[in-house]
Design a protein around this ligand. Structure first.
Ligand code: ADP
Ligand code: 5GP
Length: 237
């Protein structure tokens, strides 16, 4: 938790406990969802980043237990068999899963679990937790900027970057078809402010606390309404 961490809303105890929320952030690789997920989590005392389990190897400065739980394919299969995952999927040839315990503990505590997962995983959480899952699909302004961010991150080989760019259109088509919100990540501070309004509106709805300002501001980012620039034409039908 950072020193800037603050609650999203001061609660009046008479209103009852805060409702737990599952904030699902997905995007084509390189769009900025990890950056947004960590910034959001660091700024809010009740937000917890969901550390996924993966069979891929650590990259750059990634730490086991912080960025991911890095496991062997055998260990991953054992966790699947035990029913330890709330969702799991194969992405870019590796397996990734969300621990059920993280989801259940956050919901019980009335917190906000932040997920950096792909659209297959988002669809599974939406189906399993229809009331609590808030799905937000993040897009950079255009494909050229996506390529710039991926290359600028310098964590993958050129072949891996090409594969991720090729997969981006499919991911975008799925996200635009099924996620509740589409969030433009042009400038990071503005994107973060939009995300805060979307979360405030969702929490208010779930708890029955009226918040007309957040509701109307968030409505601009609803799927089908949000301006998504060049992505509409980049999306296969
Ligand atoms: P993802 O998790 O979606 O793959 P990252 O969060 O790793 O993406 O971001 C990819 C790169 O783009 C990183 O180097 C990050 O610092 C940068 N980035 C993220 N958001 C923005 C933004 N709004 N403007 C410019 N660069 C950004
Ligand atoms: P990366 O290897 O770049 O960290 O992640 C690759 C993709 O896997 C990203 O789209 C990321 O959001 C997704 N991912 C990470 N963890 C999970 C998870 O637990 N479940 C699912 N379904 N996808 C995940």
């Amino acid at each position: 938790m950072s020193s800037e961490a603050r609650p999203l809303r001061q609660l009046d105890p008479a209103e009852g406990p805060a409702p737990g929320l599952l904030l699902v952030l997905s995007a084509p690789s390189g769009a900025g969802k990890t950056t947004l997920a960590h910034r959001f989590q660091a700024a809010h005392a009740e937000a917890v980043f969901s550390v996924s389990v993966t069979t891929r190897a650590p990259r750059g400065a990634e730490q086991d237990g912080v960025d991911y739980h890095f496991v062997t394919p055998e260990r991953f299969a054992a966790l699947v068999a035990e029913g330890a995952f709330a969702e799991w999927a194969e992405v870019h040839g590796r397996r990734y899963g969300t621990l059920r315990a993280t989801v259940e503990e956050t919901l019980q505590a009335g917190g906000i679990a932040v997920f950096d997962i792909d659209v297959q995983g988002g669809a599974q959480l939406q189906a399993a937790y229809p009331a609590q899952a808030l799905t937000v699909f993040i897009l950079p302004p255009d494909e050229a900027e996506l390529a710039r961010r991926l290359r600028g991150r310098s964590t993958e080989s050129e072949a891996a970057i090409e594969a991720r760019l090729a997969a981006a259109r499919t991911e975008v088509a799925r996200g635009l078809a099924s996620y509740e919100y589409v969030l433009l990540n042009d400038e990071i501070e503005e994107a973060l402010a939009r995300l805060e309004l979307i979360v405030r509106a969702a929490r208010a709805r779930l708890a029955g606390w009226p918040d007309p300002h957040a509701e109307s501001a968030a409505a601009q980012w609803r799927r089908g309404i949000a301006a998504i620039g060049s992505w509409r034409s980049a999306t296969p039908t």
